[in-house]
Ligand binder design. Structure first.
Ligand SMILES: [Zn+2]
Length: 509
């Protein structure tokens, strides 16, 4: 409640007064019957770069005032939510913040000494996400390492097989190399063999030297630390022992999702994007851009106030950068899956500086299936680009953003994405402009994701395409409803980052 009160500052009322003092001019009645009645503007017509950039400027200012971040659990994220609430309130909405409390084990105290020598946290070792606590001493046993390392990443299969632990003495500390299987598989095998702690050292190729930062996907009862290659490799030969101290405490974190709804018929279309940035920077492209796009569409739609409309719901998710937390929490806590929308559009990174407009595939043409009805959304977004005479590409269904949960529960889903850390191909550069062989967004998840990291023209084009798709879906919402079957999985599987996997590791967008 405190959060909500903080949102309603005096500025809203002041703006209202200004508007009352200065009413818009009445339209001139020419009295000429020959003058044709003008077509009412489309939603896409009403979307302007000024509107979009106004929101982005506000988010940039919030970042600047809050240590250059708008990440989950920071004041920058809460102020971003407050800005969205204030803007929507001024536009006539009754927006709300939806809070979810998550519990997590935080490391309070950590220390590692080897053969009596203290090691440096961050430089020599780090804790892995999901580590347990412990205060112990033990002999180190190397598990099937490959030192020197193979030429390619993931050459080592250290600890991937239970047989690697044959002869392992219970109570020893397992020293395992990063490589071809998940960290969690290594830890499970070590636990089965009776290890008192696990040290996972980096594999040793040029880009695999620093202490391994990893996510285990579960919480274990023993300490699991990531070591630099240099430290790990130095322990492979000879006899070594380690002393480990790691204490944890249970901490509660609050997710603040922000919502607004324009009420209408029983058909529900939803637009969503994440409002939080990474900790490393203010996140103006990722995802100030998508947040601003959705906000401007909400403002303009309320002003148009179309008749016979479906219910249009807008969501600004929190905690996306930490594993799609806000959207998954919301979906999981729905009382009934009847409360899910008929269609969901996701907007995450829509103004990448070397970007290209990619529509999320909905008809399986990229080889990945999306839920029934997604093909229709893909077509509508494509029309939005066609109407602007702009070429567009497509991307496989994006599961590393908040669309992931909607795909999983079977909601028709699409969206627009302009590229992240990947490089633009020459074919894409000829179609969409920009530099081939360079990242779509060289500031992806970095501190330089600022206002000058925005392609404004691409931003506006995407917003207009999104506006068209929303308006076109709203004009004929029944099309998606026929025979729609929602499949409720036993448990939503939130994708976990796992740097040990053979799959290319891709963080949440
Ligand atoms: Zn993102």
């Amino acid at each position: 409640m405190l959060l909500l009160l903080a949102c309603f500052s005096g500025s809203v009322a002041t703006d209202d007064l200004v508007q009352l003092d200065d009413p818009p001019d009445e339209p001139l009645d020419t009295g000429d019957p020959l003058v044709e009645e003008e077509e009412p503007p489309t939603l896409a017509d009403t979307v302007t770069l000024e509107g979009l950039m106004g929101h982005l400027d506000a988010l940039a200012e919030i970042g600047a005032m809050n240590n250059d971040t708008r990440a989950w659990t920071t004041e920058g994220q809460l102020q971003s939510s407050d800005y969205v609430i204030e803007t929507l309130t001024a536009a006539g909405y009754s927006p709300w913040q939806d809070l979810h409390v998550l519990e997590d084990l935080d490391v309070v105290e950590i220390g590692l000494s080897i053969d009596g020598e203290d090691q440096a946290y961050g430089e020599d070792y780090v804790d892995m996400s999901g580590t347990g606590a412990g205060d112990l001493e033990g002999d180190i046993t190397a598990i099937h390492p490959q030192v020197p390392p193979g030429e390619d990443a993931n050459s080592s299969n250290s600890g991937c097989s239970a047989e690697h632990f044959d002869g392992f003495e219970a109570g020893d500390i397992a020293l395992i190399q990063r490589g071809s299987c998940n960290f969690s598989e290594k830890v499970e095998n070590a636990l089965d063999a009776g290890a008192s702690a696990v040290l996972i050292f980096n594999e040793g190729q040029d880009d695999r030297q620093e202490p391994v930062q990893g996510t285990l996907g579960a919480t274990y009862d023993i300490p699991v630390l990531g070591l630099s290659y240099a430290l790990g490799a130095s322990l492979v030969e000879g006899e070594h022992s380690a002393q480990i101290l790691l204490t944890t405490e249970l901490v509660e974190y609050t997710l603040t999702n922000t919502f607004a709804e324009l009420p209408g018929s029983d058909d529900v279309v939803m637009l969503g994007g994440h409002l939080d940035s990474v900790m490393a920077g203010p996140g103006l492209n990722d995802n100030g851009s998508g947040s601003a796009l959705i906000l401007e569409l909400a403002v303009q739609l309320a002003a148009l106030d179309p008749e016979d409309r479906p219910t249009v719901r807008f969501a600004w998710w929190d905690g996306e950068e930490y594993g799609l937390l806000g959207s998954y929490a919301w979906i999981e806590e729905l009382e009934s899956y009847d409360d899910l929308p008929d269609a969901y559009f996701n907007y995450d990174m829509v103004a990448s500086p070397n970007g290209a407009p990619f529509v999320y595939d909905g008809d399986g043409s990229t080889g990945s299936n999306a839920p029934k009805g997604s093909d229709h959304l893909e077509v509508l977004l494509g029309e939005g680009f066609d109407l602007q005479d702009r070429p567009f590409g497509e991307t496989p269904p994006v599961s590393r953003s908040d669309s992931g949960g909607f795909y999983q529960v079977g909601v028709a889903t699409s969206g627009i994405f302009t590229g992240a850390e990947g490089n633009k191909s020459s074919a894409e550069a000829s179609s969409f402009g920009g530099l081939a062989g360079e990242a779509y967004d060289r500031c992806y998840h970095r501190s330089c994701d600022r206002l000058d990291n925005i392609d404004q023209e691409l931003f506006l084009a995407n917003a207009k395409a999104a506006a068209h798709a929303l308006e076109a879906w709203s004009a004929d919402p029944e099309e998606l409803d026929e025979d729609r079957v929602l499949v409720r999985p036993d448990r939503l599987a939130v994708p976990e980052a796992d740097c040990g996997s053979t799959e290319a590791f891709k963080p949440a967008l």
